[in-house]
Design a protein around this ligand. Structure first.
Ligand code: SF4
Length: 521
């Protein structure tokens, strides 16, 4: 148990917790002056951290960082940056460890680089700021810079400021994976109500389309913002291919009709069904679980000109798949992939996870050997992150004996995870891919990251737009989030040049979500 006393900087409790957990993964944290047992007596606490005492190590609050969203330094951000640096140095001295991502605990490291650039720093100045203020390792700075450059190149292909994206969530899966914290329900239990869920999606799409059609503007919480054309659509989940072929066909047809859009794959322009509709720059369906993929479903996706799909092995080790509850075989993954190739899909992503329970470097090498053989067009290399909602956490007693590499303070385990992610990067490079997007999550094994790799021209626009909050993404479906990104030139509210991001979330519960549309699930 770690006890943290923090009177002065309590507004940064979440950041403090995240940084302390990065040094001490898996160790419970409490805020207070001392640990008190049920009997009311002070209990033994293994580590005691006095945040107030960092004050004298922070120095004057000044030119230390960047303000969120803007490139404009805010006093709060500067203070937080210096506090985290002082805390990092204390924890590093205490543990004898350093973290590859330094003081960064947020999801979007590339945004820090963007802010520094917006402040007018030269590349050398930005480098030294990242190194000295955020204490990021040279390797990770290189990674951020590479990805930032690629993102800019990829984004130059579309007019992202004058378009928006849609995310459609399908919260059903064949089974629930042990590490999953997404909105996912067992398809077997819900099979007789999935048609009603698709009906809810139709009504939600109609509502959104009607709002946007309202004299070219729609009203959000801050006022009127322009209705913008849709450039990318991502159908994710859950597992979209948990739907039947007929349900997928209905969903895609209704989406095309309601928003007057169509997938960009193939020679659609000459076909009568797209007359009067606008082509999307990208339409992705996350097929995801190989045990949900059939030829009939893939043919439906092809007929709707879906350009990009994901078929996710996570690992090619059968013993691991069995352990993590994915209920499909390695052979099923290979069969689904080969089938998709035969049907003409030429942009296929594969998700892998490094640090899965029980896996070592040899297991990862074996998985990557199979990836080399299959040659996908995108490879997304995740590092295991176990959140509170995952079965690995909620059923901790049952799974407590499972080895989770990099989720303990052991430095050896952290470096093994780092080797795994390096092997993933080498494999992607051998397949002619480059890294193009990056994000981090809470509780990542070994303080690593998730990196998307793609062959040139096969990068997912949506992934960058959504992750870097480059434009509005409207989330439809249970558990989906909408993020409206409003640039200052679109409204008078923010004259300081900052863009504004407004988030709203749909209910996670299927029943609560459906109730919004007068439907009982
Ligand atoms: S396939 Fe994905 S969404 Fe479904 S249970 Fe597994 S991790 Fe969760």
């Amino acid at each position: 148990m770690i006890t943290i006393r923090n009177h002065t900087f309590s507004t940064y409790d979440n950041d403090i917790r995240a940084l302390v957990n990065a040094f001490y993964p898996g160790v419970p944290i409490q805020f207070g002056t001392e640990q008190v047992t049920e009997s009311g007596r002070a209990a033994e606490t293994e580590i005691f951290l006095d945040i107030d005492s960092l004050k004298c190590e922070m120095g004057p609050i000044g030119e230390s960082g960047a303000g969120r969203d803007s490139g404009i330094i805010t006093a709060r951000f500067a203070e937080k940056t210096q506090l985290k640096k002082a805390l990092y140095q204390r924890l590093s001295a205490q543990t004898g460890r350093s973290l590859p991502w330094g003081t960064l605990t947020g999801i979007r490291p590339v945004r820090i680089l963007e802010m520094l650039e917006q402040q007018g720093l030269t590349p050398a100045e930005a480098d030294s700021r990242l190194r000295e203020q955020f204490l990021i390792s040279a390797d990770k700075i290189r990674l951020m810079k590479d990805i930032y450059r690629t993102e800019q190149e990829v984004l130059s292909r579309i007019d992202y400021r004058n378009t928006c994206s849609l995310y459609i969530g399908i919260p059903f899966c064949p089974t629930r994976c042990l590490y999953c914290s997404f909105t996912s329900n067992p398809i077997d239990l819900w099979a007789d109500r999935v048609d009603l869920y698709v009906e809810c999606l139709k009504r939600e799409m109609q509502t959104l389309a009607a709002q946007h059609a309202d004299a070219g503007t729609h009203r959000d919480r801050s006022g009127f913002i322009p209705a913008l054309p849709i450039s990318t659509v991502y159908i994710g989940g859950g597992t979209p291919t948990a739907l039947t072929a007929a349900q997928l066909d209905r969903l895609l047809t209704e989406m095309e009709e309601i928003f007057c859009i169509y997938g960009n794959e193939g020679a659609a322009a000459a076909q009568p069904d797209v007359a009067g509709k606008t082509p999307l720059a990208e339409l992705t369906v996350e097929a995801g679980r190989p045990d949900s993929i059939t030829e009939e479903k893939l043919r439906v996706l092809k007929a709707h000109r879906v350009g990009r799909i994901s078929i996710n092995p996570q690992t090619f080790q059968q013993k691991t798949l069995d352990l993590i509850g994915r209920r499909h075989t390695v052979e099923e993954t290979v069969r689904a992939y080969e089938l998709a190739r035969r049907l003409g899909f030429d942009n296929i992503n594969m998700d892998l996870i490094m640090g899965l329970p029980g896996e070592n470097l040899k297991d990862v090498e074996m998985t990557l050997a199979k990836v080399r053989e299959l040659q996908p067009d995108n490879l997304t290399v995740h590092t295991l992150a176990v959140k509170r909602a995952a079965r690995l956490s909620t059923e901790q007693k049952a799974w407590g004996g499972i080895e989770r590499k990099g989720s303990s303070p052991d430095a050896g385990e952290a470096s093994e995870i780092a080797c795994m992610t390096e092997l993933g990067a080498e494999c992607a490079a051998e397949l002619g891919m480059h890294q193009y997007y990056l994000y981090r999550q809470k509780n990542m094994a070994g303080n690593q990251e998730n990196v998307g790799y793609a062959k040139p021209g096969k990068e997912s626009l949506y992934n960058i737009l959504m992750m870097e909050e480059k434009h509005s993404v409207y989330g439809l479906g249970a558990g989906s989030s909408t993020k409206e990104v409003i640039y200052a030139d679109r409204e008078a509210v923010r004259p300081d040049g900052r863009k504004k991001v407004i988030r709203s979330d749909n209910p996670k519960s299927l029943k609560d979500y459906a109730a919004h549309f007068g439907i009982t699930l």
